[in-house]
Design a binder for this molecule. Structure first.
Ligand code: PLP
Length: 414
């Protein structure tokens, strides 16, 4: 395999790896041998340092018992928030790491709607977004009396903001990989008298984000995708420093109280970002995430973006002709409007193609209906990995290997 049918030579790809300023990060991840991992957009790979960090925390639990809470466990949400802040263009004190995205959206919806006494009560969710964002908005509206609306996919946001108090938008769409202009969109929503909660699940760690510079006031995102925090690692929540003292978030728990250990009967919200905590968190999973965020502090996000675009372009260049010949639709946006993934649709065979690739050690993922996603994570993928993965894709499709009936059987998690 020195050349694939598209004429992209392995030596040209190896030259890209030799000139890659991020190449050294790959050694700091524990990747299984023989696996080409293109699913870091769903669950990031394990930083080698995570294992020792978790082990150390287990030892700390064993040796220090409850004293551990005063040895860094209790402060972890804001300490990790401060580590993460530069990766998303936030300042110290603007980010906490807590709960999951679903709960964090609920908290922000209540916090924002609670500040409004007027007529505007509608919550707008983005059609075609990751479903939990809409589900939790619907749940919030049922108990708050706010009206829930969907923004139709591919429609003009400006035409749907009448009477809207808050809109929940993804910066990068999880299916298509389409990137929104966060600055222009934030400005538009504010000009209509509404607020926007940005969901950065598919952009944090995937591309440079300037939350402060964009004028964003509220954002959430997860840490187990591009940020490599580990399965179930907590989400983050950002509130601009000028908007942290505006009332209550509705999941008012003891860790978000102004004095959690005063054990007052009445809730008094903390007047900083810790207000968005709820209750007790896992010191163990925070340890894994801290190891990862410590690594991110060394990363140049502009280099991440450049490599991400170059890798997705390489993957598409290696496969260009094959989509048309095999009825696969390439819905990947143009590179300037792309997150860090390639999105392909084959409603008949997409699932089985992904299964056949997994059987070969090439891990991508599948989302209904018909969507094959391949995520590009510049810290632990080389250009050679991408070239090899494309070669496998070509072989699976051209050989008809995916027709094996066993590859069409669905598991519980796809
Ligand atoms: C992955 C993802 C989520 C996950 O939400 P959790 O509550 O953290 O499980 C939410 N929104 C988007 C856009 C996602 O991509």
């Amino acid at each position: 395999m020195s050349k694939n049918q598209n004429g992209v030579s392995l030596t040209s790809v190896q030259a890209l790896d030799q000139n890659d300023p991020l190449a050294n990060f790959k050694r700091r991840f524990a990747l299984p041998k023989g696996v080409l991992y293109l699913d870091g957009n769903s669950l990031g790979a394990q930083p080698i340092a995570a294992k020792k960090a978790v082990d150390d925390t287990l030892d700390q639990w064993r040796d220090e018992l409850i004293k551990g809470w005063n040895q860094g466990w209790f402060d972890a949400p804001e300490r990790l928030g401060n580590l993460l802040a530069p990766v998303i263009g936030a300042r110290r004190g603007e980010v906490t790491v807590t709960d999951n995205i679903t709960l964090n959206i609920f908290k922000l919806l209540g916090y924002i709607i609670g500040q409004r006494q007027g007529e505007r009560k509608a919550v707008l969710s983005e059609g075609g977004n990751f479903p939990t964002d809409g589900y939790i908005a619907q749940g919030f509206c049922r108990i708050s009396g706010a009206e829930h609306r969907f923004l139709p996919e591919n429609s003009d946001l400006a035409e749907h903001l009448d009477g809207v108090a808050v809109v929940v938008l993804s910066q990068v769409n999880y299916r298509t990989g389409k990137l929104r202009d966060i600055t222009a969109t934030t400005r538009l929503v504010h000009a209509h008298g509404a607020e926007v909660i940005w969901d950065l699940a598919h952009s944090a760690g995937a591309l440079p984000i300037d939350l402060n510079g964009s004028g964003a006031r509220y954002a959430v995102g997860c840490t187990y995708k591009y940020l490599n925090g580990g399965p179930g690692s907590p989400a983050f929540l950002y509130v601009h420093s000028n908007y942290q003292d505006q009332g209550w978030q509705p999941l008012s728990g003891w860790h978000g109280h102004a004095s959690p250990f005063a054990f007052d009967a009445d809730y008094i919200p903390a007047n900083d970002i810790s207000h968005f905590r709820t209750g007790t968190h896992s010191a163990i999973i925070y340890a894994a995430l801290e190891a990862s965020l410590t690594l991110w502090a060394e990363v140049d996000m502009a280099a991440v973006r450049a490599k991400s675009v170059a890798m997705s372009e390489l993957f598409l260049a290696c496969l260009g002709d094959i989509f048309h010949r095999h009825g696969i639709e390439d819905i990947t946006p143009a590179s300037s409007q792309r997150g860090s993934q390639v999105s392909l649709i084959d409603t008949q065979n997409g699932y089985a193609i992904v299964q056949a690739l997994i059987a070969r050690g090439v891990i991508g993922d599948y989302r209904e209906p018909g969507l094959m996603r391949f995520g590009f994570t510049p810290l632990y993928l080389s250009f050679e990995d991408v070239w090899l993965a494309a070669q496998h894709f070509r072989e699976v499709v051209e050989s008809g290997e995916y027709r094996d009936p066993q590859l069409h059987v669905r598991g519980a998690v796809t």
